[in-house]
Design a protein around this ligand. Structure first.
Ligand code: SF4
Ligand code: FES
Length: 360
């Protein structure tokens, strides 16, 4: 497989976060503030990313606004010609905190919403006043002339509110809306039986998205991410392992996806000892599941192997114990009964939510 430049870099600059979402996708082992990379190292990573041909950088976390050097990082990325995106919960975003980011060249903010009803939003985020702060943040983003993506996270309890979510996004002036079902990785696996919607609930959401797409055609982009447990084939996670994207974690670990530290069979490369370019082209981790040579049957001879790239390696590892297995979501996988069992278990599951706290 010929290797091109990566397209995007996800800069997970901190795991610190004021929210406690039960579906957090960050690793189970969080990096403490004392182990985070210093500003100079992040500036160098941005320089290396630009030199490697990367076009977009997404500042994420945790909550990226928890770092006091975010403006400096955005400014450097802008100076180096990278398109910058801030992925934030919005609870620390105000007109005052946004102004220096906008002045540093930030063109786009992606704001996540747990729900559109106050109590439900607070229950899911574990943060009092979260919805009010997020709505105010959305107003500030639009007023500052930045592009806004409103990301609504969907799970069993808020499926019926999807039409209202889309209307709220439109009223707030979002350029793009994401209706994204929880993906069951990392911490969300702990709460899977509590959060997974039924097939009937999924169908309600899908119909609502289709209706809204027709209503807002040509004016508003509405992306839709289903829980892949209900799909016949897996998603092409990260557009294929080591094909398009690089994640850099708070302590400088460089990964093909945010969960790749769960793969323990090869060393995890770190930016403090190896350059981004060397890691991209030569590291054992990035080459482990790159392309199709690593595949066993049924993927090896499957006509979809260069469409979904065998699905998600981390999901295969979490659910089968083997990162090289076919993603169990796939209807051609011998492990598909594990997914069907999880769906059956989820119907009516009402266990209490287990929150994600940074101190855990
Ligand atoms: Fe994708 Fe492998 Fe399933 Fe084929 S067998 S659809 S390549 S996961
Ligand atoms: Fe790691 Fe999908 S999350 S490959």
């Amino acid at each position: 497989m010929s290797l091109s430049s990566p397209l995007g870099l996800l800069a997970e600059i901190t795991h610190r976060c004021p929210l406690q979402c039960p579906y957090c996708s960050n690793p189970l082992d969080l990096i403490a503030r004392s182990a985070e990379l210093p500003t100079a190292q992040w500036l160098d990573i941005i320089d290396q990313a630009a030199a490697l041909g990367i076009l977009q950088i997404h500042f994420s976390g945790g909550e990226p606004m928890a770092r006091s050097d975010l403006v400096q990082l955005v400014e450097r990325a802008n100076d180096r010609g990278l398109y910058t995106n801030l992925i934030t919960s919005g609870v620390q975003l105000t007109a005052e905190t946004l102004a220096p980011l906008a002045a540093a060249g930030l063109p786009h903010v992606q704001l996540s919403f747990q729900d559109i009803e106050t109590n439900a939003a607070e229950t899911m985020s574990g943060y009092r006043g979260s919805l009010e702060k997020k709505r105010a943040a959305a107003r500030d983003v639009v007023a500052a002339g930045l592009s806004l993506t409103a990301n609504f996270v969907v799970q069993r309890d808020n499926c019926t509110r999807v039409p209202a979510m889309i209307e709220l996004g439109a009223v707030m002036g979002a350029h793009r809306i994401e209706i994204a079902h929880v993906q069951y990785h990392g911490w969300s696996l702990v709460n899977r039986a509590r959060l997974l919607p039924s097939r009937a609930q999924l169908d309600v959401v899908t119909a609502a998205v289709e209706q809204a797409r027709a209503t807002h055609a040509g004016k508003l982009v509405i992306d839709y991410v289903i829980p892949d447990y209900y799909a016949d084939y897996p998603k092409a996670c990260m557009a294929g392992w080591g094909r398009r994207f690089i994640n850099v974690g708070p302590s400088g670990n460089v990964l093909p996806c945010h969960a790749a530290e769960t793969v323990k069979t090869v060393p995890i490369p770190n930016i403090q000892s190896t350059s981004l370019s060397e890691i991209w082209t030569g590291s054992a981790l990035f080459n482990l599941y790159r392309g199709t040579d690593w595949m066993a049957e049924p993927c090896r001879s499957c006509d979809r192997r260069e469409i979904d790239w065998g699905g998600c390696r981390c999901q295969a590892l979490a659910l089968t114990g083997d990162a090289a297995a076919t993603d169990p979501v796939c209807s051609r996988s011998s492990d598909r009964p594990k997914i069907d069992a999880a769906l059956a278990e989820a119907v009516g599951g009402d266990a209490p939510l287990v929150y994600r706290r940074f101190s855990r």
